[in-house]
Design a binder for this molecule. Structure first.
Ligand code: NIG
Ligand code: FE
Length: 418
């Protein structure tokens, strides 16, 4: 007996399966392989993919009934939902004033140093109720979903006290209950709050008081390792303790200066290291050897008006597995759209469209230790599928600044579009 499909998508001009990458992240030339099937079909039952590939093969493997939903994807690309592996989703307020100050010449770190920047968002987030944060974040998740993101990582870091950090993480738990986009929570040590004398004093509280209370609330721990924020030794101390408590770890590394953050991530076998605009040659080799995934965030580089993008081509050439994220946050990258990130990755970091799509799907799934369930279209995997109004995958980063996503399917259900 053939299994019965409850949803079948057929006639895709390009079906991007990304298959064969579940056992390890794609590196080097593998990053140019999207597993493309022309005129492909995909069949879904009970939230999972049951067949995927050549139209005739899928027809042979599954049967349909009057209840099967059929979607004609002629002239469209069908691919896994985007996985946004770095975001600061839960916050209150916005920072367009700072945007204007930066246009007039102020730097991101000057603004932060004068107690604005991240601290402005901290004040607003502390003042907001859980309900207000759920409502606002839910709106951002709606936009992400419409733009094709089906799973997102979300960091805390705008509370800074135990209570306010836990509030952000509780909001993420609630969002996971009420919203279709899956959220993977991370506890981020983002800045030393003004009520502390030094980062060192704050770190004592973070390690002894906060970290144990984040158990069961956050899957990952992350820290902003940067000059005048947290140095390498503070970052090492935090991440090492987090690992001992059973958290997986990641890091904001080498964003504005080369701090040796990539080397630290590699030595701790972190799941990922993010940003990396100023990574050194040693840092690149350390990531390649450790298997730590480089999460590149060209949206933040662009929005901060810098010309120094992470050296993606060199990283790929030297064997680093590269993933992409939006870094969605109110200061350095207020966009929910992974599509614009693909365009920036191609234009500013010279990634090929195929490399960028790999980085935004299967490698992003690896960066969040979830490649066994999401990130590619293969029988047995969760049916997180998007359909884009594009004749082929190269068109996706090319036709930029608009939403090409026409249909989003999450766990086998159409959650956006027709
Ligand atoms: O990833 N670099 C530090 N944190 C964020 C920005 C947060 C903010 O400005 O509110 C980032 O770019
Ligand atoms: Fe970030």
């Amino acid at each position: 007996m053939k299994p019965v499909a409850d949803l079948i998508i057929f006639n895709a001009s390009e079906l991007l399966t990304l298959s064969g990458g579940s056992s390890g992240p794609r590196t080097g030339e593998q990053m140019d392989d999207l597993g493309i099937i022309e005129n492909g079909s995909i069949a879904v039952s009970k939230g999972k993919i049951i067949a995927c590939g050549d139209a005739d093969k899928v027809k042979e493997e599954v049967s349909t009934t009057a209840g099967t939903m059929e979607i004609d994807a002629s002239n469209k690309v069908v691919m896994p939902g985007f996985i946004d592996t770095h975001s600061h989703l839960v916050f209150a307020g916005s920072r367009e004033d700072e945007f204007e100050q930066r246009i007039r010449g102020a730097s991101y770190m000057e603004i932060l140093g004068s107690g604005r920047g991240i601290f402005k968002t901290v004040s607003a987030t502390r003042a907001a109720s859980k309900e207000e944060l759920v409502k606002k974040s839910s709106g951002h998740l709606d936009t992400m979903l419409e733009f094709g993101t089906t799973t997102v990582e979300s960091k805390s870091g705008y509370g800074l006290t135990t209570e306010d950090e836990l509030k952000q993480l509780h909001v993420m738990k609630e969002l996971n209950r009420v919203h279709q986009v899956e959220i993977i929570p991370a506890f981020l040590v983002h800045a030393t709050p003004p009520e502390f004398k030094s980062p060192e004093d704050y770190m004592d509280i973070v390690i002894n008081d906060m970290l144990p209370k984040m158990q069961g609330m956050a899957e990952y721990c992350d820290i902003f390792c940067e000059h005048d924020v947290f140095d390498i030794e503070q970052s090492r101390r935090f991440l090492t303790t987090a690992k001992k408590l059973g958290f997986k770890v990641k890091i904001h590394a080498d964003q504005l200066t080369d701090m040796g953050g990539a080397e630290l991530a590699a030595s701790l076998h972190a799941s990922s290291a993010s940003h990396l605009e100023h990574i050194s040659r040693e840092g690149i080799d350390a990531l390649a050897n450790s298997g730590t995934i480089a999460v590149l965030l060209p949206g933040a580089t662009f929005f901060l008006g810098s010309d120094t993008y992470a050296p993606a081509s060199q990283m790929i050439y030297r064997g680093v597995a590269v993933a992409l994220g939006t870094d969605f946050n109110p200061g350095s990258c207020p966009t929910e759209s992974m599509q614009i990130i693909l365009t920036l990755a191609c234009l500013k970091m010279r990634m090929s469209p195929a490399q960028a799509i790999n980085a935004a799907t299967i490698n992003a799934a690896h960066a969040m230790d979830r490649a066994d369930t999401i990130g590619s279209l293969e029988a047995g995997k969760q049916a997180d599928i998007i359909i884009l109004d594009a004749p082929g995958h190269k068109y996706i980063p090319y036709h930029f600044g608009v939403n090409l996503v026409r249909t989003v399917i999450k766990k086998g259900k159409v959650v956006f579009g027709a």
